[in-house]
Design a protein around this ligand. Structure first.
Ligand SMILES: C[S@@+](CC[C@H](N)C(=O)[O-])C[C@H]1O[C@@H](n2cnc3c(N)ncnc32)[C@H](O)[C@@H]1O
Length: 271
């Protein structure tokens, strides 16, 4: 198999433009993503000890709490800076790509793919990443994979008071129509899923009981805008607690998947 290449702009974005190590802990909407991802994962994970492969694990924010919960975690990421940052999480780490894992067949109880799917713009590449997750999972093992919501930029830029102006309106309209973020501003090259598309990709890769959850619910963009407008942290506020409650209340209603910034799909390798 030829070794796949990660787009240079994606590597550059994480190596030079942002520090991914801070994203989930310094902003209120990041904190909401972390707490909700944690609670959704803990609901589905087998009890520790179990072997977890964290593909696209970045600097290891999830690896750290998974190790603390008693799991044995191996993290794979293509960004050297992330692999370096993840070394002190208690996980073992490896530079690598979701489309060509070095792990043996049927060697993990859980595979997390929280990031790679939205950075793989072609369906064939996302299928390859999901096929690799399937291959390395034990029969009956759990896949959890994240997507960014197709509609997230609409909510975010409405809350930031950007959409009455050009060129922002055309730019966000383009993302809604094409599902592609071109990586010119704010974020790097990415594909944005609808909930139904993410569920179909997981099911078509052979995973059973494919299900998609909204991570942040309907109020994350309000938190992001409140922080942006005041310059203050909203992590410990009534607005934060209300947004967290809203995310939990929205969870049973599939129509509200579209309101979250991130989607979390769960599936199982048939046993
Ligand atoms: C936004 S970060 C998410 C990090 C972490 N998993 C989380 O959920 O907070 C996206 C991650 O996907 C990684 N990534 C991008 N393309 C990838 C690929 N082809 N294979 C594996 N990881 C990839 C990036 O290096 C980055 O660490």
């Amino acid at each position: 198999m030829t070794s796949p290449e990660v787009a240079p702009e994606i590597l550059r974005f994480y190596a030079e433009t942002v520090d991914e190590a801070d994203r989930l802990t310094t902003t209120a909407d990041g904190w909401l993503e972390l707490l909700r991802t944690q609670e959704l994962l803990r609901r589905h994970l087998p009890g520790p000890p179990a072997r977890v492969l964290d593909v696209g694990g970045g600097p290891g924010v999830h690896a750290r709490w998974l190790v603390a919960d008693g799991y044995t975690v191996h993290l794979v990421d293509p960004v050297a800076r992330h692999v370096d940052q993840a070394k002190d999480t208690g996980a073992t780490v490896e530079l690598g790509d979701a489309r060509a894992l070095t792990a043996a067949d049927a060697s993990y109880d859980v595979v997390l793919v929280l990031g790679p799917l939205y950075h793989l713009l072609d369906r064939a590449d996302r299928d390859r990443a999901l096929a690799e997750a399937y291959r390395v999972l034990k029969p009956g093992g759990l896949l959890a994979t994240a997507g960014i919501n197709r509609y997230a930029s609409l909510f975010e830029h409405a809350a930031f008071a950007h959409l009455h102006q050009e060129p922002m309106r055309t730019s966000i309209g383009g993302i809604l129509a094409t599902q592609i973020h071109d990586g010119e501003k704010a974020f790097t090259a990415a594909y944005f899923h609808s909930g139904g598309q993410l569920r179909d990709e997981v099911a078509e890769a052979g995973f059973a009981q494919a299900e998609v959850f909204g991570v942040e619910g309907p109020a994350w963009s309000m938190l992001a805008a409140a922080e942006r407008n005041t310059g203050e942290s909203f992590r410990d506020t009534e607005l934060f607690r209300s947004a967290l409650a809203a995310a939990r209340m929205a969870e049973p209603y599939p129509e509200l998947l579209a309101a979250s910034s991130h989607l979390l799909a769960i599936g199982r390798r048939p046993g």
